[in-house]
Design a protein around this ligand. Structure first.
Ligand SMILES: CC(C)(COP(=O)(O)OP(=O)(O)OC[C@H]1O[C@@H](n2cnc3c(N)ncnc32)[C@H](O)[C@@H]1OP(=O)(O)O)[C@@H](O)C(=O)NCCC(=O)NCCS
Length: 170
């Protein structure tokens, strides 16, 4: 599976993918599109042989925490879901974060309609780490999933050996 970065010419194909993936309402698509090309975020795409995007992930690091990364958006073209595209993107994020992070977080809703997303995160080794009841609206919890980065890589990297939390930001 070929994975590389976002290019401006991908925008309309990505927009269509986000609308048709079955997971997002229009204003969520707008927010996701607004992050494309923003240097604060990292974006990776799975492409087919014709370079068309089949899946997309947008992730980034929390500037106020040490080595904490978050996956903000992940989506697979509705015509090729359950063929490993999403899992390949999750692995890509984990490899890309590498020694740069201690943990990767991803948020979702606790509603029954999101059971398959939660199954997807669980299958990829993410576990529920926190839950805020009624966050999105009454009866709709925010659930935070977490996966720890490779501890050995993290601990061996000199950049993490000194400083702690916000104090290390100087
Ligand atoms: C969530 C999503 C990115 C998964 O992408 P994908 O390419 O289908 O993922 P994979 O093929 O790697 O799926 C692996 C596992 O996820 C779970 N899963 C994915 N889609 C599922 C579905 N429709 N029903 C049940 N389980 C599902 C299963 O455990 C699946 O393993 P299995 O097929 O062996 O049972 C994709 O379904 C999607 O784009 N959804 C809409 C957007 C969205 O909700 N994004 C997350 C919020 S940011």
């Amino acid at each position: 599976m070929r994975i590389d970065g976002y290019r401006p010419e991908d925008k309309s194909a990505v927009e269509r993918l986000l609308h048709e993936c079955g997971g997002f309402v229009p204003h969520e698509v707008t927010v996701c599109l607004s992050l494309l090309g923003d240097p604060e975020y990292e974006t990776a795409l799975v492409r087919d042989e014709q370079e068309r995007p089949l899946g997309l992930v947008i992730y980034g690091t929390d500037p106020l925490a040490q080595g904490v990364w978050e996956i903000y958006w992940i989506a697979t073209d509705g015509r090729c879901q359950r063929r490993g595209v999403g899992s390949a993107l999750m692995r890509h994020v984990e490899e890309s974060v590498g020694t740069r992070g201690r943990m990767i977080l991803i948020e979702t809703s606790g509603q029954p309609a999101y059971a398959y997303q939660r199954a997807f995160y669980e299958k990829n080794g993410y576990r529920e780490a926190a839950r805020i009841r009624d966050f999105y609206k009454p009866g709709d919890d925010l659930v935070v999933y977490r996966k720890d980065a490779t501890a050995r890589l993290y601990l061996e990297d000199p950049q993490w050996k000194s400083g702690s939390g916000c104090s290390s930001k100087g």
